[in-house]
Design a protein around this ligand. Structure first.
Ligand SMILES: [Zn+2]
Length: 133
């Protein structure tokens, strides 16, 4: 599957018309407004991590989470209206994605703090051969 990737807002919310940061924010604003809420920008630095094949940021305000990606770089929480505008990614994010994408089961594509070496070890447990790149 050539379009296999770690999912972000563009993939996870394509049905809503999200193609970039602006459209992501627009869709979020409309959904939040439709619930009678207002969006709230939070500039505190938030760490992105990978959960079930998606880049996400935890929302401490409601214990929810919002999708993000290396290109979108913001995370919107559709539960409480928060928008996290300062999202940090690991320097080796692309490499982490590459290693996780070798796992066929999306639910096993998870990363929080593991090193590449640790992820490769986990790949063996998941039955992924790392002989060929
Ligand atoms: Zn929230």
């Amino acid at each position: 599957m050539s379009d296999d990737c770690i999912l972000g807002p563009c993939e996870g919310m394509a049905h809503a018309g999200v193609t970039d940061t602006d459209s992501y924010r627009d869709v979020h604003r409309k959904v939040i407004a439709s619930k009678g809420q207002v969006e709230y920008e939070d500039q505190d630095q938030k760490r992105a991590y990978i959960n079930h094949g998606r880049w996400v940021v935890d929302c401490p305000k409601c214990n929810g989470a919002g999708l993000t990606s290396r290109t979108i770089k913001v995370a919107c929480c559709f539960d409480c209206g928060s928008v996290y505008t300062t999202v940090s990614f690991p320097r080796n994010a692309k490499k982490i994605e590459d290693v996780l994408l070798r796992r066929t089961d999306e639910a096993s594509r998870n990363w929080t703090t593991e090193s590449i070496k640790e992820l490769l070890e986990e790949n063996k447990i998941h039955g992924v051969s790392d002989g060929v790149d």
